[in-house]
Design a protein around this ligand. Sequence first.
Ligand code: CP
Length: 360
Amino acid sequence: MEKYAEQTQQEFEGWEEFFNKPVDEKVNAFRSGDRIYDVIYAQQFDRKFLDYLCRLADSIRLLAKTKVGQSKLRHLLPHKRAMLYFVQPSTRTFLSFQNACHILGITTSETRGTSTSSEVKGESPEDTIRTFASYVDLIISRHPEAGFAEKTAWVLNQTDHPVPVLNGGSGPDQHPTQALLDIYTLEREFRTIGGLDGKKIAMVGDLKRGRTVRSLSYLMKNYQDIELVYVAPEIFKMKDDIKEFLDKHRIPFTETEDFESIMPDVDAIYMTRIQNEYGSDPTSEAETFPQFHLRPHHLPKIQTHCAILHPLPRRYEIDIRIDKYPRAAYWRQERCGMWIRAALIAYIFRVDDEILDELS
Ligand code: CP
């Protein structure tokens, strides 16, 4: 599609000042009454909320097992419409959000690239988002720019027609709903051994630019006696802001490049791929960083209860022969995404009580 004009730049008074504040001082701007309204950062979630959302997700998936239950869910929000504005590639976040909306009866519209919207005519992203808010009750966005979802929510909240904004990934910055599904998966994987409290978790791969490991690290402050092990090559080490956050919240962590040495010690291994989209790093994963790949010969080294997670998509970092291993949780993990996102949307639109009452 031809681009007719450069994007219009708009200056919003007060935005820079707001953006530069510490997150702790900003979270209230994204609440409405007693609830989270816009989902922008993982730091918005506390333990009570996380436990509640996991319980709600369990209830939704239980109800959805029957035709009658599915019908009840679909009748909860048929009067609501959602826009999926996904202008950075996505398979599972897009589909899981879209299907989560449909489970609750919400009608969806979508834009999957700026080339088919009026942004090619020079319309600013902010005006584009305002336009969505004229037609729908919820905006879910995936964008290559860090801070995009935050600005979207902030801009809409200054208008007389705000709608909730859910951040489905904003550049290398945050992916808060991925962190929700990761927590939900970990809690389910550890259900018979006391849940996530007290567990030691390895995060492996491109920790520098992987937004999923950043958001998940933030959530660890909500759990007791967690230990983290960051396993990455020197050039992809976890950034200092996250390490400072862990220090502040007294969450012990170590860093290593020796993946094999920590395998026997951890309760979960969270694999990630190299995030080539944010740089000009090598693309031939088969030949790059093989010491950070998980292979079948590693399985005897890990504990029998150790869960293997990956936000997906994967390339070569988990051998497909591992998929059959019972503790390979990544396909279960992506299914958890749809249920926890349905729970989040039900919570945002305040139909959570109706769901829980259905099963009481
Ligand atoms: N985990 C994740 O965000 O996957 P997609 O990029 O496919 O949405």
